[in-house]
Design a protein around this ligand. Structure first.
Ligand code: S3P
Length: 447
């Protein structure tokens, strides 16, 4: 797990043109779900392209603790022998989800409607994050939660012995909360309904349909109304995990700001609930060609040809786009620093409760690199300095946050002076091959 070992400082220096092909690993969100839905199906689910990042490995371990047989057969090739909806056994020990909010929140959901007790914990970052957003709706099913003040981990969930179905309107735009409610609804009789005002990533809905659940989505004035019929028998699936658009963001953005770059990033998801960053970059004037659009692993994907773009302009990012690019604001704020004019990111207060307070982490690190920032609770504004205009020459604090670490390393590849991060070890949670992949493209990274 990240955050349990020694800090690993890393430095990025102004790099030669990036070139070549950046084959990024499997999607983190889909990888967690493939393991969890596989564990809730009856029989053997086969997975290819699974992200073998620490977050996902922690979820695999958790599924074993609940009684599923999870086996690695080769690189990215895994199988899960599931125990069926309601078939989990009570774990004999504390479930440690490491750095992963997705892991812990989804797993709480899938055990909350079975008659058992489980205790969850995580690393120092995860232990700061709010769990009330998940335990509030789980209480409506009849589950009880006992955690630290502020709804923090470690936390014990006593599952509902006689769960009732729930109708729940999400108070925050969160795919994790939506998914936790749907997973809990699987083992409740009758129909569980989740209403989301703004669409968030829809991997759980797609996968539930794939595994044979009865689910339908209605689009109305209230937003999306998702209805799930409880207590289905889920059928095992073969899941081909597509590449992660949130990981692809790092080589894509590096190529945009490192002079002379020209790279290909194959198989990047164009799922409308995930592609907000790519729309935003194009609006800023990024040279990205979307080649060979097709479907892979049930997701629309394209190969991205990305060239250095020295004339990008800052824009106002529409707040309603936030859910489709929520993990990409840190790297977008780096690109914004190399664009001309201001980039205004409003409606982003959810960033304050991610692996770190990402508004604060980006603001402090970019300021240390010589960039002017304005911020408030819900807003981040970056004053761009143009291509090659960021001074750099600083060390950013990463606060156990993989995306903060990778964002500042990308910044250092194009800044005038090197940029260091105090700890690159969290990168293994989502993008274990980041260092090799980026140096393979021509980036200069040193430990
Ligand atoms: C995720 C949902 C997002 C995202 C996280 C992964 C998921 O969180 O930030 O990295 O897999 O459902 P929220 O849904 O809480 O915004």
């Amino acid at each position: 797990m990240s955050g349990h070992g020694d800090a690993q400082p890393m430095t990025a220096r102004k790099s030669g043109p990036l070139s070549g092909t950046a084959a990024v690993p499997g999607d983190k969100s889909i990888s967690h779900r493939a393991l969890i839905f596989g564990a809730m199906a009856v029989g053997e689910t086969k997975i290819t392209g699974l992200l073998e990042g620490q977050d996902v490995l922690d979820t695999a371990k958790a599924m074993r603790a609940f009684g599923a047989e999870v086996t690695q057969h080769g690189s990215g090739a895994w199988s899960v022998h599931g125990v069926g909806v309601g078939g989990f056994r009570e774990p004999a020990d504390v479930i440690d989800c490491g750095n992963s909010g997705t892991g812990v929140r989804l797993i709480m959901g899938c055990m909350a409607t079975t008659d058992m007790t489980a205790t969850f914990t995580g690393d120092a970052s995860l232990r700061k994050r709010p769990m009330g957003r998940v335990t509030d709706p789980l209480a409506l099913f009849g589950a009880r939660a006992y955690g630290r003040q502020g709804g923090r981990l470690p936390m014990t969930i006593v599952g509902a012995a006689n769960p009732v179905p729930v109708r729940y309107a999400l108070p925050v735009a969160s795919a994790q909360v939506k998914s936790a409610v749907l997973l809990a609804g699987l083992n409740a009789p009758g129909e569980t309904v989740v209403i989301e005002r703004e669409p968030t990533r829809d991997h759980s809905e797609r996968m539930l349909l794939g595994f044979g659940a009865e689910l339908h989505v209605e689009k109305g004035a209230e937003g999306h109304i998702i209805t799930l019929k409880g207590q289905p028998e889920l059928r095992p699936q073969t899941v081909a995990v597509p590449r992660d658009p949130s990981s692809a963001a790092f080589p894509v953005c590096a190529a945009l700001i490192v002079e002379g770059s020209d790279i290909l990033v194959p198989g990047v998801s164009q799922n409308l609930t995930r592609n907000g960053l790519y729309i935003t970059l194009v609006e800023m004037g990024a040279e990205i060609e979307f080649q060979n659009p097709r479907e892979e692993g049930g997701e629309p994907v394209a190969d991205l040809r990305v060239r250095f773009s020295g004339n990008m302009k800052g824009i106002e990012v529409p707040p309603e786009r936030a859910p489709s690019m929520i993990d990409e604001y840190p790297i977008l704020s780096v690109v914004a620093a190399f664009a001309g004019g201001k980039t205004v990111m409003r409606g982003v207060k959810e960033l304050r409760v991610k692996e770190s307070d990402r508004i604060d982490a980006m603001a402090r690190g970019l300021e240390a690199c010589g960039v002017t920032i304005e911020e408030d609770e819900d807003t981040l504004i970056v004053q761009g300095m143009g291509a090659g205009g960021v001074p750099g020459g600083a060390t950013a604090a990463t606060h156990l946050d993989h995306r903060i670490a990778m964002s500042f390393l990308v910044c250092g590849m194009a800044a005038q002076k090197p940029v260091s991060v105090d700890d690159a070890s969290p990168i293994v949670t989502s993008f274990p091959i980041f260092e090799g992949l980026m140096t393979g493209l021509g980036a200069t990274l040193t430990r």
